[in-house]
Design a protein around this ligand. Structure first.
Ligand SMILES: [Zn+2]
Length: 283
């Protein structure tokens, strides 16, 4: 294992020593699978990312793993250095990010253990720094379709091949946390037609778009959210089952991520790579 300290300097333009093609948020349990990996410690103009970044080669691609909550889970959702995380991956050369996240179900059709390929979000967070452009440069990116449609298709295909119950689309409502919702809040989100609830997809997804990085969000459903339980049709998942589902989800998500990486084409044909075109306001 090699260890490198990588500083990007104050303007972040220093050429990085290490390179990666794909970024994955999470995956701290994956490293034991690799014979060889490299660890890089980075700094960015936005502070340090959540953790050192581990880079390994998978199916001929260099993949950078960054646990968003830190190695010791020391960053709760509202304290994650989202901008430093995205910026560090960008500086490594990452063009695509795969972002698995734990989620609760707000939809009776989406059961614990299922995966959802996210295609929309509703932001209910607050006080999170969600742009790289605070002026004088002003940018308004489109968020109409915030997730990479090409990666969505690839994730669904991989899920079907591996026989993982994968929903082809879904809307995630992102709450600020760290507390979970009340039954009333959860029922409200469920009645509005949102599918899953999570605390970390926002602002990851929009910050990636501002850096013209393709972004794939996969919700790993762990339990029924409070609103569905309040409706009385489902029972709370017992703690022992939550842990079982959580562990199974880790293994399934690892297989899914590796399968997606295996099939990634070297070039991108989606619109993510030109997200800033016509988004900048110029005098
Ligand atoms: Zn894309």
């Amino acid at each position: 294992m090699k260890k490198r300290k990588l500083s990007l300097g104050s303007n972040g333009d220093e050429a990085p020593l290490s390179r990666a093609d794909v970024g994955v948020f999470g995956g701290s349990g994956f490293y034991s699978l690799f014979d060889k990996f490299e660890t890089v410690k980075m700094t960015t103009p936005y502070g340090a990312p959540s953790s050192e970044i581990t880079i390994a080669e998978i199916h001929g691609k260099r993949v950078a793993f960054l646990p968003r909550h830190g190695k010791n889970h020391q960053y709760p959702p509202h304290k994650i250095p989202y901008k430093a995380n995205i910026y560090a991956l960008k500086k490594l050369g990452v063009k695509r990010i795969i972002s698995p996240c734990a989620a609760g179900s707000l939809n009776f059709k989406i059961a614990p253990g299922d995966f959802v390929v996210l295609d929309q979000f509703v932001d209910r967070t607050h006080h999170r720094d969600d742009t790289f452009y605070h002026g004088p440069e002003t940018v308004h990116i489109s968020s109409a379709h915030p997730y990479c449609t090409d990666l969505q298709t690839m994730a669904l295909k991989a899920g079907r091949k591996l026989k993982i119950k994968t929903h082809k689309k879904g809307t995630a409502v992102i709450i600020n946390g760290p507390r979970f919702s009340t039954s009333a809040e959860s029922l409200y989100y469920s009645n509005l037609g949102y599918d899953v609830i999570n605390m970390t997809q926002y602002p990851e997804v929009v910050l990636a778009r501002e850096q013209e990085i393709c972004f794939l969000g996969i919700a790993l459903v762990t339990d029924w959210d409070a609103g569905l339980i309040a409706k009385g049709k489902v029972k709370p998942v017992e703690i022992k089952d939550v842990l079982k589902i959580f562990n199974e989800n880790i293994e399934k998500s690892r297989n899914l991520i590796f399968e997606i990486i295996k099939n990634l084409p070297s070039t991108r044909n989606c619109l993510c790579k030109t997200a800033l075109l016509n988004a900048q306001i110029k005098a």
